[in-house]
Design a protein around this ligand. Sequence first.
Ligand code: NAD
Ligand code: GLY
Length: 347
Amino acid sequence: MQRIKVKASTNYEVVIGKDLLNKIGVEIRKIAEPCKVGIITDNKVAGKYLETVKNSLEKEGFTTYNFVFKNGEKSKTVETFIKIQNFLAENEFSRKDILLALGGGVVGDLTGFCASTYMRGIRYVQAPTTLLAGIDSSVGGKTAIDLKAGKNLVGTFYQPIKVVFDIKTLDSLPEKEYLNGLGEGVKYAIMDGGEIYELVKDGLSHANLEKFCALCVKSKKAVVEKDEKEGGYRKILNLGHTFAHAIEKLSDYTIPHGRCVAMGLKIIADVSLKQGWLSTAESILVEKLLKNNGLMTPSPFEKKDMIEVMRRDKKVSGDKITIVSIAKIGKCEFKEIKLDQLKKYLR
Ligand code: NAD
Ligand code: GLY
Protein backbone atom coordinates (compact mmCIF):
# COMPACT_ATOMS: atom_id res chain seq x y z
CA MET A 1 0.00 0.00 0.00
CA GLN A 2 1.19 3.52 -0.79
CA ARG A 3 0.29 6.75 1.00
CA ILE A 4 1.08 9.95 -0.87
CA LYS A 5 0.56 13.37 0.74
CA VAL A 6 -0.63 16.23 -1.46
CA LYS A 7 -0.01 19.75 -0.17
CA ALA A 8 -2.51 22.14 -1.75
CA SER A 9 -5.20 24.55 -0.48
CA THR A 10 -6.43 21.42 1.33
CA ASN A 11 -3.76 18.91 2.35
CA TYR A 12 -4.78 15.32 1.77
CA GLU A 13 -3.58 11.80 1.42
CA VAL A 14 -3.88 9.56 -1.63
CA VAL A 15 -4.02 5.93 -0.53
CA ILE A 16 -3.32 3.33 -3.23
CA GLY A 17 -3.52 -0.41 -2.69
CA LYS A 18 -5.51 -3.62 -3.00
CA ASP A 19 -8.81 -4.33 -1.20
CA LEU A 20 -9.20 -0.81 0.13
CA LEU A 21 -12.92 -0.37 -0.53
CA ASN A 22 -13.86 -2.63 2.37
CA LYS A 23 -11.67 -0.44 4.61
CA ILE A 24 -12.85 2.90 3.26
CA GLY A 25 -14.87 3.53 6.43
CA VAL A 26 -11.71 3.20 8.53
CA GLU A 27 -9.83 5.51 6.15
CA ILE A 28 -12.48 8.23 6.35
CA ARG A 29 -12.93 7.81 10.12
CA LYS A 30 -9.23 8.73 10.52
CA ILE A 31 -10.03 12.25 9.30
CA ALA A 32 -13.72 12.74 10.13
CA GLU A 33 -16.19 12.21 12.97
CA PRO A 34 -19.23 10.03 12.14
CA CYS A 35 -21.59 12.04 9.90
CA LYS A 36 -23.77 11.59 6.83
CA VAL A 37 -21.94 10.33 3.75
CA GLY A 38 -23.60 10.83 0.37
CA ILE A 39 -22.22 8.18 -1.97
CA ILE A 40 -22.44 9.41 -5.57
CA THR A 41 -21.90 6.71 -8.19
CA ASP A 42 -23.05 5.40 -11.57
CA ASN A 43 -25.23 2.33 -12.17
CA LYS A 44 -22.36 0.13 -13.43
CA VAL A 45 -20.11 0.85 -10.47
CA ALA A 46 -23.00 0.68 -7.99
CA GLY A 47 -23.78 -2.89 -9.06
CA LYS A 48 -20.24 -3.94 -8.23
CA TYR A 49 -19.03 -1.87 -5.28
CA LEU A 50 -21.79 0.16 -3.59
CA GLU A 51 -22.70 -2.48 -0.98
CA THR A 52 -19.08 -2.95 0.11
CA VAL A 53 -18.58 0.78 0.53
CA LYS A 54 -21.88 1.27 2.42
CA ASN A 55 -21.10 -1.59 4.81
CA SER A 56 -17.61 -0.33 5.47
CA LEU A 57 -18.84 3.21 6.24
CA GLU A 58 -21.73 2.07 8.43
CA LYS A 59 -19.42 -0.17 10.44
CA GLU A 60 -17.50 2.97 11.40
CA GLY A 61 -20.61 4.87 12.46
CA PHE A 62 -21.32 6.86 9.29
CA THR A 63 -24.90 7.16 8.01
CA THR A 64 -24.99 6.51 4.28
CA TYR A 65 -27.20 7.80 1.49
CA ASN A 66 -26.67 7.03 -2.15
CA PHE A 67 -27.36 8.72 -5.45
CA VAL A 68 -26.92 6.55 -8.55
CA PHE A 69 -26.99 7.98 -12.09
CA LYS A 70 -26.62 6.43 -15.54
CA ASN A 71 -22.99 5.71 -16.42
CA GLY A 72 -21.16 7.73 -19.05
CA GLU A 73 -20.12 11.23 -20.07
CA LYS A 74 -23.70 12.09 -21.12
CA SER A 75 -24.59 12.27 -17.40
CA LYS A 76 -21.96 14.89 -16.55
CA THR A 77 -24.55 17.62 -16.99
CA VAL A 78 -26.29 20.51 -15.29
CA GLU A 79 -29.39 18.29 -14.99
CA THR A 80 -27.58 15.59 -12.95
CA PHE A 81 -25.88 18.33 -10.92
CA ILE A 82 -29.28 19.82 -9.96
CA LYS A 83 -30.66 16.37 -9.09
CA ILE A 84 -27.71 15.74 -6.76
CA GLN A 85 -28.10 19.17 -5.10
CA ASN A 86 -31.80 18.42 -4.48
CA PHE A 87 -30.94 14.97 -3.15
CA LEU A 88 -28.52 16.58 -0.65
CA ALA A 89 -31.01 19.23 0.43
CA GLU A 90 -33.89 16.74 0.77
CA ASN A 91 -31.72 14.53 2.98
CA GLU A 92 -30.69 17.58 5.03
CA PHE A 93 -26.98 17.38 4.33
CA SER A 94 -25.06 20.10 6.15
CA ARG A 95 -21.53 21.42 5.97
CA LYS A 96 -20.50 18.80 8.55
CA ASP A 97 -21.28 16.01 6.08
CA ILE A 98 -19.28 14.38 3.31
CA LEU A 99 -19.75 13.32 -0.32
CA LEU A 100 -18.01 10.25 -1.65
CA ALA A 101 -17.31 9.91 -5.39
CA LEU A 102 -17.31 6.19 -6.16
CA GLY A 103 -16.45 5.62 -9.82
CA GLY A 104 -14.49 6.92 -12.77
CA GLY A 105 -13.67 10.46 -13.84
CA VAL A 106 -17.28 11.28 -14.69
CA VAL A 107 -18.43 10.51 -11.13
CA GLY A 108 -15.35 12.23 -9.67
CA ASP A 109 -15.67 15.47 -11.68
CA LEU A 110 -19.41 15.73 -11.06
CA THR A 111 -19.24 14.92 -7.34
CA GLY A 112 -16.36 17.36 -6.84
CA PHE A 113 -18.37 20.09 -8.51
CA CYS A 114 -21.44 19.32 -6.37
CA ALA A 115 -19.28 19.34 -3.22
CA SER A 116 -17.68 22.66 -4.13
CA THR A 117 -21.03 24.38 -4.59
CA TYR A 118 -23.47 22.76 -2.13
CA MET A 119 -23.74 25.17 0.84
CA ARG A 120 -20.70 26.95 -0.66
CA GLY A 121 -18.55 23.87 -0.15
CA ILE A 122 -18.72 20.58 1.75
CA ARG A 123 -16.02 17.94 2.09
CA TYR A 124 -15.65 15.13 -0.40
CA VAL A 125 -13.61 11.97 -0.84
CA GLN A 126 -12.57 10.44 -4.15
CA ALA A 127 -12.74 6.65 -4.52
CA PRO A 128 -11.67 6.15 -8.15
CA THR A 129 -12.52 2.85 -9.84
CA THR A 130 -11.00 3.42 -13.31
CA LEU A 131 -7.31 3.64 -14.18
CA LEU A 132 -7.82 7.12 -15.61
CA ALA A 133 -9.47 8.39 -12.43
CA GLY A 134 -6.98 6.64 -10.13
CA ILE A 135 -3.86 8.03 -11.76
CA ASP A 136 -5.16 11.38 -12.90
CA SER A 137 -8.62 12.90 -12.41
CA SER A 138 -9.14 12.07 -8.72
CA VAL A 139 -6.02 14.04 -7.77
CA GLY A 140 -5.57 17.78 -8.17
CA GLY A 141 -9.04 19.15 -7.51
CA LYS A 142 -10.30 19.93 -11.02
CA THR A 143 -14.08 19.53 -10.93
CA ALA A 144 -16.43 19.97 -13.87
CA ILE A 145 -19.67 19.44 -15.70
CA ASP A 146 -20.23 19.67 -19.47
CA LEU A 147 -22.40 22.03 -21.48
CA LYS A 148 -23.84 21.40 -24.95
CA ALA A 149 -21.21 23.87 -26.21
CA GLY A 150 -18.33 21.75 -24.90
CA LYS A 151 -16.82 19.51 -22.24
CA ASN A 152 -15.79 20.74 -18.80
CA LEU A 153 -16.96 24.30 -19.49
CA VAL A 154 -18.28 24.77 -15.94
CA GLY A 155 -16.13 23.83 -12.99
CA THR A 156 -14.03 24.75 -9.99
CA PHE A 157 -10.71 23.94 -8.37
CA TYR A 158 -11.72 22.14 -5.18
CA GLN A 159 -9.55 19.52 -3.50
CA PRO A 160 -10.89 16.32 -1.91
CA ILE A 161 -10.08 15.52 1.73
CA LYS A 162 -8.83 12.05 0.79
CA VAL A 163 -8.39 9.80 -2.24
CA VAL A 164 -8.78 6.04 -1.75
CA PHE A 165 -7.78 4.11 -4.87
CA ASP A 166 -8.48 0.40 -4.58
CA ILE A 167 -6.61 -1.03 -7.58
CA LYS A 168 -8.51 -4.31 -7.15
CA THR A 169 -11.49 -2.51 -8.74
CA LEU A 170 -9.49 -2.41 -11.99
CA ASP A 171 -9.99 -6.20 -12.25
CA SER A 172 -13.57 -5.56 -13.42
CA LEU A 173 -12.66 -2.72 -15.79
CA PRO A 174 -13.22 -3.52 -19.49
CA GLU A 175 -10.02 -3.62 -21.59
CA LYS A 176 -11.03 -0.51 -23.55
CA GLU A 177 -11.39 1.50 -20.32
CA TYR A 178 -8.04 0.19 -19.09
CA LEU A 179 -6.36 1.39 -22.30
CA ASN A 180 -8.14 4.71 -21.90
CA GLY A 181 -6.39 5.19 -18.54
CA LEU A 182 -3.09 3.93 -19.85
CA GLY A 183 -3.13 6.75 -22.43
CA GLU A 184 -2.85 9.27 -19.57
CA GLY A 185 -0.34 7.01 -17.78
CA VAL A 186 2.00 6.90 -20.75
CA LYS A 187 1.84 10.70 -20.78
CA TYR A 188 3.39 10.74 -17.28
CA ALA A 189 6.09 8.32 -18.48
CA ILE A 190 7.05 10.72 -21.28
CA MET A 191 6.92 13.76 -18.99
CA ASP A 192 9.00 12.26 -16.19
CA GLY A 193 11.12 9.53 -17.78
CA GLY A 194 13.07 7.61 -15.11
CA GLU A 195 11.24 4.98 -13.07
CA ILE A 196 7.76 5.44 -14.60
CA TYR A 197 9.19 5.14 -18.10
CA GLU A 198 11.18 2.02 -17.16
CA LEU A 199 8.01 0.39 -15.78
CA VAL A 200 5.99 0.86 -18.99
CA LYS A 201 8.50 1.02 -21.82
CA ASP A 202 8.08 -2.68 -22.69
CA GLY A 203 4.38 -2.76 -21.77
CA LEU A 204 2.98 -2.39 -18.25
CA SER A 205 2.73 -5.69 -16.39
CA HIS A 206 0.00 -6.36 -13.84
CA ALA A 207 2.64 -6.95 -11.17
CA ASN A 208 3.83 -3.34 -11.55
CA LEU A 209 0.40 -1.72 -11.58
CA GLU A 210 0.36 -0.41 -8.00
CA LYS A 211 3.86 1.04 -8.30
CA PHE A 212 3.00 2.60 -11.65
CA CYS A 213 -0.19 4.21 -10.31
CA ALA A 214 1.69 5.62 -7.33
CA LEU A 215 4.38 7.12 -9.59
CA CYS A 216 1.76 8.75 -11.82
CA VAL A 217 0.08 10.26 -8.75
CA LYS A 218 3.44 11.51 -7.44
CA SER A 219 4.10 13.11 -10.81
CA LYS A 220 0.72 14.87 -10.81
CA LYS A 221 1.11 15.88 -7.16
CA ALA A 222 4.40 17.63 -7.96
CA VAL A 223 2.74 19.70 -10.69
CA VAL A 224 -0.38 20.51 -8.63
CA GLU A 225 1.71 21.60 -5.64
CA LYS A 226 3.59 24.08 -7.86
CA ASP A 227 0.53 25.49 -9.63
CA GLU A 228 -2.78 24.33 -8.15
CA LYS A 229 -5.02 26.80 -10.03
CA GLU A 230 -3.28 26.39 -13.41
CA GLY A 231 -1.72 29.85 -13.57
CA GLY A 232 0.77 28.42 -16.09
CA TYR A 233 2.95 25.44 -15.20
CA ARG A 234 0.07 22.96 -14.63
CA LYS A 235 -0.63 23.22 -18.38
CA ILE A 236 2.35 20.87 -18.80
CA LEU A 237 -0.19 18.11 -17.99
CA ASN A 238 -1.75 18.97 -21.34
CA LEU A 239 0.99 17.07 -23.17
CA GLY A 240 -0.73 15.54 -26.22
CA HIS A 241 -4.03 17.19 -25.25
CA THR A 242 -4.25 19.91 -27.93
CA PHE A 243 -4.61 17.18 -30.55
CA ALA A 244 -6.55 14.90 -28.20
CA HIS A 245 -9.24 17.53 -27.63
CA ALA A 246 -9.61 18.04 -31.39
CA ILE A 247 -9.94 14.27 -31.98
CA GLU A 248 -12.42 13.92 -29.10
CA LYS A 249 -14.56 16.73 -30.46
CA LEU A 250 -14.47 15.45 -34.06
CA SER A 251 -15.50 11.99 -32.83
CA ASP A 252 -18.40 13.61 -30.98
CA TYR A 253 -16.83 12.22 -27.81
CA THR A 254 -17.22 8.60 -28.91
CA ILE A 255 -13.45 7.95 -28.67
CA PRO A 256 -12.51 7.93 -24.95
CA HIS A 257 -10.32 10.78 -23.68
CA GLY A 258 -7.27 8.67 -22.82
CA ARG A 259 -7.23 6.99 -26.25
CA CYS A 260 -7.30 10.46 -27.81
CA VAL A 261 -4.40 11.48 -25.54
CA ALA A 262 -2.38 8.50 -26.85
CA MET A 263 -3.11 9.59 -30.45
CA GLY A 264 -2.14 13.14 -29.46
CA LEU A 265 1.15 11.92 -27.97
CA LYS A 266 2.11 10.29 -31.28
CA ILE A 267 1.24 13.51 -33.15
CA ILE A 268 3.22 15.75 -30.80
CA ALA A 269 6.20 13.35 -31.04
CA ASP A 270 6.03 13.67 -34.87
CA VAL A 271 5.69 17.45 -34.71
CA SER A 272 8.56 17.71 -32.19
CA LEU A 273 10.75 15.57 -34.48
CA LYS A 274 9.94 17.60 -37.59
CA GLN A 275 10.57 20.89 -35.77
CA GLY A 276 13.96 19.58 -34.61
CA TRP A 277 12.90 19.71 -30.94
CA LEU A 278 13.21 15.90 -30.55
CA SER A 279 15.91 13.56 -31.90
CA THR A 280 15.09 10.62 -34.18
CA ALA A 281 16.36 8.17 -31.54
CA GLU A 282 14.05 9.64 -28.85
CA SER A 283 11.07 9.75 -31.20
CA ILE A 284 11.54 6.01 -31.81
CA LEU A 285 11.41 5.49 -28.03
CA VAL A 286 8.07 7.33 -27.84
CA GLU A 287 6.73 5.22 -30.69
CA LYS A 288 7.88 1.97 -29.02
CA LEU A 289 6.36 3.06 -25.72
CA LEU A 290 2.96 3.57 -27.37
CA LYS A 291 3.21 0.39 -29.43
CA ASN A 292 4.26 -1.81 -26.48
CA ASN A 293 1.24 -0.62 -24.52
CA GLY A 294 -1.30 -1.17 -27.30
CA LEU A 295 -1.74 2.55 -27.86
CA MET A 296 -0.58 3.06 -31.45
CA THR A 297 -3.92 3.90 -33.08
CA PRO A 298 -3.63 6.80 -35.54
CA SER A 299 -6.13 9.67 -35.51
CA PRO A 300 -9.00 8.82 -37.89
CA PHE A 301 -9.55 12.48 -38.84
CA GLU A 302 -8.35 14.72 -41.69
CA LYS A 303 -5.69 17.27 -40.81
CA LYS A 304 -7.75 20.20 -42.13
CA ASP A 305 -10.60 19.27 -39.76
CA MET A 306 -8.22 18.91 -36.82
CA ILE A 307 -6.69 22.34 -37.51
CA GLU A 308 -10.13 23.96 -37.77
CA VAL A 309 -11.03 22.66 -34.29
CA MET A 310 -7.64 23.74 -32.93
CA ARG A 311 -8.15 27.29 -34.23
CA ARG A 312 -10.86 27.62 -31.56
CA ASP A 313 -8.53 26.31 -28.79
CA LYS A 314 -7.97 28.73 -25.88
CA LYS A 315 -4.20 28.32 -26.34
CA VAL A 316 -4.37 30.04 -29.74
CA SER A 317 -3.09 33.60 -30.01
CA GLY A 318 -3.38 35.14 -33.49
CA ASP A 319 -2.05 32.59 -35.98
CA LYS A 320 -0.01 30.72 -33.33
CA ILE A 321 -0.77 28.09 -30.73
CA THR A 322 1.16 27.14 -27.59
CA ILE A 323 1.73 23.42 -27.31
CA VAL A 324 3.63 21.14 -24.95
CA SER A 325 6.49 19.66 -26.97
CA ILE A 326 8.69 16.66 -26.24
CA ALA A 327 12.42 17.44 -25.97
CA LYS A 328 13.24 13.89 -24.84
CA ILE A 329 11.76 11.19 -22.62
CA GLY A 330 11.70 12.98 -19.25
CA LYS A 331 11.68 16.53 -20.63
CA CYS A 332 8.73 18.45 -22.08
CA GLU A 333 8.61 22.16 -22.88
CA PHE A 334 6.07 24.81 -23.90
CA LYS A 335 6.56 25.93 -27.52
CA GLU A 336 4.72 28.31 -29.79
CA ILE A 337 4.05 27.21 -33.35
CA LYS A 338 2.10 28.66 -36.28
CA LEU A 339 -1.10 26.76 -37.05
CA ASP A 340 -0.16 26.70 -40.76
CA GLN A 341 3.16 25.08 -39.88
CA LEU A 342 1.38 22.53 -37.71
CA LYS A 343 -1.00 21.71 -40.54
CA LYS A 344 1.96 20.75 -42.76
CA TYR A 345 3.11 18.22 -40.18
CA LEU A 346 -0.23 16.48 -39.62
CA ARG A 347 -0.88 13.38 -41.66
P1 NAD B 1 -16.07 7.10 -16.72
O1 NAD B 1 -16.18 7.68 -15.38
O2 NAD B 1 -17.17 7.35 -17.67
O3 NAD B 1 -15.82 5.53 -16.58
C1 NAD B 1 -15.73 4.75 -17.75
C2 NAD B 1 -16.71 3.58 -17.75
O4 NAD B 1 -16.21 2.57 -16.88
C3 NAD B 1 -18.12 3.92 -17.26
O5 NAD B 1 -19.04 3.24 -18.06
C4 NAD B 1 -18.14 3.35 -15.83
O6 NAD B 1 -19.42 2.98 -15.44
C5 NAD B 1 -17.24 2.16 -15.97
N1 NAD B 1 -16.55 1.76 -14.75
C6 NAD B 1 -15.96 2.54 -13.83
N2 NAD B 1 -15.29 1.81 -12.94
C7 NAD B 1 -15.47 0.51 -13.30
C8 NAD B 1 -15.00 -0.72 -12.77
N3 NAD B 1 -14.15 -0.76 -11.73
N4 NAD B 1 -15.39 -1.86 -13.38
C9 NAD B 1 -16.21 -1.83 -14.47
N5 NAD B 1 -16.65 -0.70 -15.03
C10 NAD B 1 -16.28 0.46 -14.44
O7 NAD B 1 -14.74 7.59 -17.47
P2 NAD B 1 -13.22 7.84 -17.01
O8 NAD B 1 -12.42 7.50 -18.18
O9 NAD B 1 -12.91 7.24 -15.71
O10 NAD B 1 -13.20 9.43 -16.82
C11 NAD B 1 -13.41 10.29 -17.88
C12 NAD B 1 -13.80 11.65 -17.34
O11 NAD B 1 -12.73 12.16 -16.57
C13 NAD B 1 -14.11 12.66 -18.41
O12 NAD B 1 -15.30 13.32 -18.08
C14 NAD B 1 -12.94 13.63 -18.34
O13 NAD B 1 -13.28 14.93 -18.72
C15 NAD B 1 -12.56 13.53 -16.89
N6 NAD B 1 -11.19 13.92 -16.57
C16 NAD B 1 -11.00 14.76 -15.54
C17 NAD B 1 -9.72 15.12 -15.18
C18 NAD B 1 -9.51 16.02 -13.98
O14 NAD B 1 -8.38 16.41 -13.72
N7 NAD B 1 -10.54 16.32 -13.23
C19 NAD B 1 -8.62 14.60 -15.87
C20 NAD B 1 -8.84 13.72 -16.93
C21 NAD B 1 -10.14 13.38 -17.28
N1 GLY C 1 -5.79 16.53 -16.16
C1 GLY C 1 -5.15 17.82 -16.21
C2 GLY C 1 -5.08 18.49 -14.90
O1 GLY C 1 -5.48 17.99 -13.89
O2 GLY C 1 -4.61 19.59 -14.85
